[in-house]
Design a protein around this ligand. Sequence first.
Ligand code: FCB
Length: 468
Amino acid sequence: MADLELGNFGRDFLWGTATASYQIEGAVTEGGRGVSIWDTFSKSPGKVTNGDTGEMACDHYHRYVQDLDLLAELGVSTYRFSIAWPRIQPDGSGQPNQEGIDFYSRLVDGLLERNITPVPTIYHWDLPQSLQDRGGWTARDTSYRFADYAGIVTEALCDRVSHWITLNEPWCSAWLGYAVGVHAPGERDLNAAVSATHHLLLGHGLALQKMRTVADAQIGITLNLSVVRPASQDQADVDVARMVDGNLNRIFLDPIFKKSYPSDLVSHYGGTIEEATSDDLDIIGQEIDFLGVNFYFPSIVTSRQNIDKARANGLYVDTSRQPNLIDADFDSAGVHRMGVKRTAMDWEIEAGALTELLVRIHDEYSELPIMITENGCASHDYVNPSGEVLDDDRVEYLESHITALSNAIDKGVDVAGYFVWSLLDNFEWAYGYSRRFGIVWVDYETQRRIPKKSFHRYKEIIAASKAR
Ligand code: FCB
């Protein structure tokens, strides 16, 4: 394998991997844990492929020591995990459940013993069901409950944790959860998604305020961002791409870095973002210490009126399914370019789009340090007769995206860390266990772990970067 150009990554660059509580922990009824919206959603017939749930997942709750040893073997300097809110507050408010805190405390100690910097995400989608019963993220009160919960975990761990992430991908919580309906809680209502967007951001801001009073730490938020391009220069396509970009990127970046919602989205959606007060926006736009970016694939969109033209131009448009609520609202459709490789999620692979995205954030929003808090791919992995998983596609994906990061650093972006999604194959939300993102294979029958070829390659890259 050719050597990568690692000259741009400083000695203290954070190389890591990421996971999330519901996707790996299992033990959903142990340790005093309450019910989350993902327990409820995954048990509802037809919501998750094969009826899979996170009940057992990777059994990480019991096997975390073995998983920490894998991290040590990999040589990472950091690990991003998430804290399950219903382990800390089973009903979403009130006194903390000590057993839940103890679990994450042991995890943090185990990381520190192995010289690995813990980076907890406070919310990676497991909202306590009791809060959902009171409106979930469409209720303003949930933002305040979130801040209380963030205060509790920060107080419990801040003597050992220096880096925190408030929310993971609020776009997915709000838009996949409340508009598209493919994530918990599975609602299909545009106004609900707009309101959830605002309350998630407000929750982030309120949490930040509370955490600053408790801890002197580096605190950020993780957004799933991408480049959104029109399928052609036709005005209808350009307009659609601008709205899709607004819904995915600007509706989060503007309030966080400019203390306002984008005016085109305010006039399009109205509702909660139109009514947002400047007090709320001041809370949301408080200073953060770094921005977390999850990047997977670029998006190319066409106006539905141009679908035939797009096809004539050699683009692939899947119209076999009903457009989701976001597409129906914008009259848009996602397209694929022929000849561009896709992952097992059907996501296009274009590493250069990561460079482009980071340069845009730097030029239009902020020069703050950026951490790539997730990047990786699902492949059609299998264990071969010699017991190995030779995931060359994933090796290529990771190498090209690390190179794209190096290019972004060349262009002046301050990139502070990179976390591969994911350490382990795990419960991939609506896809259940049918998609594998891990650099470690998990045999779900026996819970045996097998480091894949990508694990060994990433280990080499980290070692080479540290040795410089
Ligand atoms: C992101 C999620 C993460 C994982 C990857 C593939 O949207 O944050 O939990 O499912 O996608």
